[in-house]
Every structure is written in C-alpha cells, then in structure tokens.
Design a protein around this ligand. Structure first.
Ligand SMILES: [Zn+2]
Length: 203
C-alpha cells in the first residue's frame, strides 16, 4: 500500500488504467509495433557459463537474445538480424564471445570426423534444416559450416564485420562485439587482453 496521498484531482482509476495499458502494451507489443526497450539484438555463445543479460546489464524486455555454439554469425543469425532490424525497429546488435569457448576445444578434423560418423560416413546428403530438406551441405566444407575458432578476439571482430557488411542488415545498425572472460566474469573489447598485457614484460 502506498503512503503517498492521492494528489488532488488525480483519481485512482487513472493509475489502474495505466497498469492495464502497460500490461496491454507488454502483451501486444509486437502487434503495436513497440520495439524491445533497448532496440537491441544480442548474439552470444550458448555456453552455460555466460550470464548474457547480467554481463550486459539487461532486464527482461530490453533485448532479443540469439545464442548458438560459439556465438557465430550463421545463416539463422542473419535471418533473425534481418527480420528484427527491418521490421521490429532494432537499431543495435551486440555480439558476445568468450574465453575457453568449446569452439576452440578440438581440431577441425576431429569435429568433422565425429559428425560424419554420426551421419553414417558422409554429410553430403544430410539436410541442415528439417523444414527445408533441400538445404544440405553438398560439396561445401563441413569444417566451414561448424566454424571452430583459433583466436576468440579475432573471431569476435570477424562476427561484428559479418553483420556490419551483410546486405540484409541496414547500414545504420550499430554492431559491437565483446569477449566475456569466464575466468574473471568481466567483458573486454576484442583485442584488449588486459590480463596478458599487465602480466608480461614490456619490450
Ligand atoms: Zn562458447
């Protein structure tokens, strides 16, 4: 119960109506053309150690979040980014990659061999999308599709560039990338490896 007295001429029904309208905006925000609070899409690795919302200071309703293995700009990231930037007023995309990513944990050959074994020897005719059976790897390199990573900072900068340069993402969309350090719980800009820098001798 609020201790604040109702201001003169300010009837309570107005506040009830505000709540009702607020709830209606929330439930039907897409139909009403209301964007996310921050007009933001986040693309991040699916790793269970990354508290994406907490690390970026986001509340429910602030952003749309797309997570996949490695936080890589795959075809479905482009599909999602194209839809939200062109139709839902999203103006900004943030990519979050992280140290000790599983995408750095095995050589390409091992990953490809494992997937080929699962598919009975070859991935040539394997459909990549259950609703688009014609979408398969064919002659493409399976390792290119999996996209393992050698350097997480370089990978992060590359994902930013892929989104920035894609023709389905409008030019005025701001794209930024960060590396989340699982060892410290902090974000850094790609290429700014502070821990390494301050613990190595200067030339
Ligand atoms: Zn990861």
């Amino acid at each position: 119960m609020s201790n604040e007295p109702t201001r003169q001429g300010d009837h309570h029904y107005k506040r009830v109506n505000e709540r009702i309208d607020g709830r209606d905006d929330w439930a039907r925000r897409r139909r009403k053309g209301i964007p996310t609070n921050e007009r933001l899409l986040v693309v991040a690795c699916m790793d269970e150690r990354i508290p994406v919302e907490e690390a970026l200071g986001l509340e429910l309703g602030d952003a749309q979040v797309f997570r996949n293995a490695g936080g890589k700009v795959t075809d479905d990231v482009i599909r999602s980014a194209a839809l939200t930037t062109n139709f839902f007023d999203t103006e900004e995309i943030i990519v979050v990659n992280h140290t000790d990513c599983g995408m750095m944990s095995a050589p390409d050959e091992d990953v490809v061999a494992g997937l080929e074994a699962q598919a009975g020897g070859s991935l040539d005719g394997v459909s990549l999308d259950p609703s688009l059976l014609e979408l398969n790897i064919g002659d493409a390199d399976v390792a290119d599709w999996v996209r393992m990573t050698d350097d997480i900072d370089e990978a992060c900068a590359a994902q930013v560039a892929l989104l920035e340069q894609h023709e389905l993402v409008p030019d005025d969309v701001t794209v930024t990338g960060y590396v989340y350090e699982v060892e410290s719980g902090e974000l850094r800009r790609p290429g700014e490896r502070l821990a390494e820098e301050i613990s190595e001798r200067r030339d």
